[in-house]
Design a protein around this ligand. Structure first.
Ligand code: ADP
Length: 597
């Protein structure tokens, strides 16, 4: 992960400390050993030198001094590895235990000799060319009758010292290697102990940074790392909670945006689309590759773009009415453009909400049509009434026969107006959703209601000598409805049948059960309704031929009322007709539960 992790650095530090200490200690021990051995060897040689000097004391004034001395020192050093030399002050070797003194060179320049004469003793380590090894030389003066007459020199090989030194050095190197291995192991162990919690925290922190917020550090070191781990855990828990809250909020917002009926576009400050909801996708036929396109390329409306620019410039909400055509369907929108202001008071984006007011506009148009139609329908008989009343007042009232005729016309027009107002009141009632929801319903049998309608209109259909046939089912059918309104359905349909059936024609009424519905059918002979008019005959004020209905006194509202009522009781109505032959209306109403199917 890292080139030099904390663990490696710690381990290297521990290792360096241990190894440098061991090296220094080893070097000191070696040095100390060597010096100590040399010092003790030197002092031994000095003692031995003094003892030898005492042993040789009586031989200096002998006649055959040189030979005697040479013999004596050869005898003394015979079984030792000590070389004894007796040297005159002028450097002449008088006697030597290992060599022939006569063949030996002058020793006056030897440092140990000079020191012995000048300082009372002298030592020196030198490579002996004669023996081919290092020797330790110790020299002391020889005194006779209180005068220095020569120098006694003892020398010994340093082979033992060097051997001892080499052995200790080997032992120290082995110890150093073993200690190094142990040091590696221990420093690794210690470094691991200290860095393992840190590594655990690091790994967890990395997981957190990668988005895994459910992860936690599990440490019980009881030190500052423990506090750090707890803090990290708390931090992560808080972060997780906050992110969960934000995610939940975002999800809710997305749900609202996606399920709202209004089309929503999010545009950047330059007018490019950043996001959109499902409704916008459907309305503007947006495909994913249209993201980041300019609004003009998506909506293609200059008015919208102008309003958008104004919203960006003024940093204030703008609302406009917009008409838009998509796939041949015309849409009317109330568009609100809300700038989103960032912390530096700049417009970062604009939210465009398109409220579809197409239906509202249609209702408004229908209402305007309805008012115009109603006014027109009312104006026609009213004009008649006014006209005839004025004619009467202008003198026609004097003519008994004419005045009776005019008053009858006024009465007929007044009736027509009365019917129109009644129908309008019914439409107004049925139009109110609140009324439709709260209308009282009960289980009703169709038979008596149809019979009542037939009786109520008996005068009319008998006058026209119509043949009425009724086909009722063997067992009565019940539906859930309001008696007055349902009777109105049968009256309106039968009234139309009577009105549009020629003299001596036929009307057939039948009702029966089909699946879960009661199906009421009324067929009358006669002129019929052209196929092009059939889809519109349930519209308000729609009449097939105004002239045709003029004589019948129709308002054009009867079938609209029927459709309203039938749908209020969860039913349906349809019309079939063959021009010049017959017209049939079929009403379907759900049977009440419990009716045998
Ligand atoms: P109206 O008061 O004019 O009868 P309706 O809404 O009841 O109004 O009927 C609409 C139009 O449908 C009528 O004007 C008439 O032309 C036609 N119509 C309705 N019922 C029949 C029928 N049984 N036979 C033929 N035409 C009919």
């Amino acid at each position: 992960m890292f080139k030099w992790g904390i663990r490696n650095r710690l381990m290297f530090s521990y290792l360096s400390l241990i190894l440098i200490t061991l090296l220094l200690l080893g070097a000191y021990i070696l040095h100390f050993f060597y010096q100590h051995t040399l010092t003790s060897l030197t002092s031994q040689l000095l003692i031995q030198s003094e003892i030898t000097e005492k042993l040789l004391a009586g031989q200096y004034d002998q006649p055959n001094t040189k030979a005697a001395l040479d013999n004596t020192i050869k005898t003394i050093s015979a079984n030792t590895d000590i070389r004894i030399s007796v040297i005159a002050l002028d450097g002449t070797v008088i006697a030597d235990s290992w060599e022939n003194p006569g063949l030996m060179e002058n020793h006056s320049t030897r440092p140990e000799l000079i020191d012995a004469v000048e300082k009372g003793q002298g030592t020196s380590i030198r490579f002996s060319t004669t023996l081919g090894e290092n020797l330790l030389y110790v020299a002391t003066p020889i005194r006779h009758n209180s005068a220095t007459i020569g120098v006694l020199r003892l020398a010994t090989t340093l082979t033992h010292v060097n051997q001892g030194f080499a052995e200790i050095r080997s032992a120290l190197i082995i110890s150093f290697l073993v200690a190094s291995l142990l040091a590696i192991f221990i420093s690794n162990h210690i470094a691991k102990r200290y860095t393992a919690p840190l590594e655990s925290i690091t790994v967890t922190a990395q997981e957190i940074s990668e988005g895994n917020l459910s992860t936690r550090v599990h440490l019980h070191t009881g030190d500052e790392l423990d506090v750090l781990a707890r803090t990290l855990n708390n931090l992560t828990a808080n972060l997780e909670e906050k992110i969960n809250e934000i995610t939940e909020e975002k999800r809710k917002l997305e749900l609202i945006l996606q399920n709202t009926n209004s089309s929503i576009l999010l545009l950047d400050r330059y007018g490019h689309m950043l996001d959109y909801n499902q409704a916008a996708k459907d309305t503007f036929s947006i495909t994913p590759d249209m993201l980041r396109l300019h609004n003009v390329q998506i909506i293609g409306n200059g008015l919208f773009n102008t309003a958008f620019q104004q919203a960006v410039e003024t940093k204030e909400k703008r609302s406009i009415d917009l008409k838009f055509e998509n796939n041949g369907n015309r849409h009317a929108f109330l568009v609100s453009l809300s700038p989103i202001i960032s912390s530096d008071c700049q417009v970062s984006a604009v939210l465009a909400v398109f409220h579809d007011i197409t239906a509202l506009k249609e209702i408004q148009e229908h209402q305007a049509d309805f008012i115009a139609n109603a006014s027109h329908e009312l104006a026609t008989p009213l004009t008649g009434i006014l006209g005839f009343a004025e004619t009467l007042l202008d003198g026609a009232i004097e003519d008994q026969e004419l005045s009776t005729k005019f008053v009858r016309i006024i009465q007929a027009e007044a009736h027509r107006m009365n019917r129109l107002v009644k129908d309008l009141l019914q439409i107004a009632k049925l139009d109110a959703q609140n009324y439709r929801i709260n209308v009282k319903t009960e289980v009703l049998s169709l038979d008596p209601l149809v019979s009542q309608a037939i009786n109520d209109l008996a005068l009319q259909w008998r006058q026209k000598e119509l043949t009425l046939t009724v086909e009722a089912p063997p067992s009565p059918l019940s539906v859930l409805a309001n008696a007055d309104w349902l009777k109105q359905v049968f009256i309106n349909l039968l009234d139309n049948a009577v009105k549009y059936t020629p003299q001596s024609g036929t009307i057939r009424l039948s009702w029966s059960q089909k699946d879960k519905d009661a199906v009421f059918t009324i067929t009358n002979s006669g002129m019929g309704i052209p196929a092009s008019d059939l889809p519109r005959i349930f519209d308000r004020f729609y009449r097939v031929e105004r002239s045709r209905t003029r004589s019948t006194g129709g308002t054009g509202l009867g079938l609209a009322i029927v459709k309203y009522i039938v749908e209020m009781f969860n039913g349906s109505i349809e019309a079939k007709s063959e021009v010049g032959v017959s017209t049939t209306f079929i009403v379907r109403l759900p049977l009440t539960p419990g009716t045998k199917i």
